[in-house]
Design a binder for this molecule. Sequence first.
Ligand code: GLN
Length: 553
Amino acid sequence: MKPANTSYRTKFIFITGGVLSSLGKGLAAASIGALLESRGLTVTFQKLDPYINVDPGTMNPFQHGEVYVTDDGAECDLDMGHYERYTNAVMAQKNNYTSGRIYYSVITKERRGEYLGGTVQVIPHITDEIKNAILQMDGSVDFAIIEIGGTIGDIESLPFLEAIRQFRFDRGRQNTLFIHVTLVPYIKTAGEVKTKPTQHSVKELRAIGIQPDILLCRTEKNLTSELKAKIALFCNVPTDAVITARDVKSIYEVPVHFHREGLDDKILELLNVWTGAPRIEPWEELMHRIQHPAHRVTIGIIGKYVELTESYKSLHEALVHGGLANDARVDLRYVSAEDLEARDDVGELLAGCQGILVPGGFGERGVRGKIKAISFAREQKIPFFGICLGMQLAVVEFARSIAGMNDANSTEFDLTTGHPVIYLMKEWFDYRTGQIQVRDEKSDKGGTLRLGSYPCQLAPSTLALAAYQQEEIFERHRHRYEFNPEFRQALTDKGLIISGTSPDNTLAEIVELADHPWFLGCQFHPEFKSKPMKPHPLFREFVRAALQHAGSS
Ligand code: GLN
């Protein structure tokens, strides 16, 4: 091992996962980030995903969960959402790499002749490309937390593991740390927790040259000191580096639990970093508020992926945050849009929902059911929040029911409609890139979305302005279709309020209804910017309206 170089600013923490997936590596990474920030240190993150897709933009949410969107328009893994929710770190394209993206770049270089006729191999070419990706995190922060997707033992993740093994060799022990998240299952029939899977997983890691420094053991029960000692002995780590990561009710309890287990102290000790005492109180206070809400409210989410809440991760969290801002627990009821479509008793399916939310989505499945739910919310004066597709369908519903445009539709679903109130702009000015974008219905699916952060100007005396309390806001987009300006006059004449527009007033970004307690649809995805410590204004106000509705009904 080379001598430790103390001149580097950034220390790298690598997080791997063992035994099985879904152990909450992303949340562990985010929580570690939160704990380091609570000591005044700066952090950033990177997620390295072993799959071959270049990004998850085109992946089915059923399989992969939500596609998270950053300010700079990256379509990325949902763990990036956890990182941003728990810390001040701002995620971007460079914070998420897949094997596909790494290989793509190496192959592109090879085609350009950059390897000068050499044989291009996994080691060193792919591993160097991975290390260069990781090194983009170098220098600007105190800690870079790098999460390796997948599970130890997968063939796909080997190049990433080899790259981080080399990384420690390059940078030395004082600058790198390996944390392994593993499972210590409780076996009912034996009445005890078992350490064997952890032993095997660590053995596997060591076989490829990585000795973990800290083990985060996911478990139902607290690990006794005897058990920790046993794991320590078999896995070759100090006993105080075996950390219990107990199942908790709310994901926002994790930083506090980790802190109580001494995780942040251990990390700093191993990396030889001295800091002041952590300010853990805000997380303790948050935990208290989550555990003791004064109110309760039920929100109905009308969706396509109702079976899999991972598909609506950020949305789910933003609603929890909206509840926190109102001292309320938010119970989410996922209602299948297709069930609504098939049945006449919309009221029965939505009974007990004090607020109705139609989230973003692609494709025609369930659209009629979503429109039914919107009619119901509008007529029954139940607080309504439409996001992206939800906003577009609110416009369609209004055009059909109030403005007499019976065949109104989005051209995503009907190309021949006489009233294309939502349409595909063939040419539009992309503020972020400063370029005119051109496309039509036949364009590629990739690269034709409006993606990332865009400014929006809010109109006076609107729900939107009342929520945000500022005239210019920035929100993240991920959609192809837009409100058609040709119908703006006709619809506003009938009472539709356009409360947010692009700064040049061409794109309608937020719509509202007067004569309704709270009815708002936005073209962007506000859920990506909500944090437990800083609930998003629209979610805060939506939940408040739902609570008022609960109180009045
Ligand atoms: N399918 C719609 C569009 O492409 C809405 C997308 C979304 O809800 N994210 O514009």
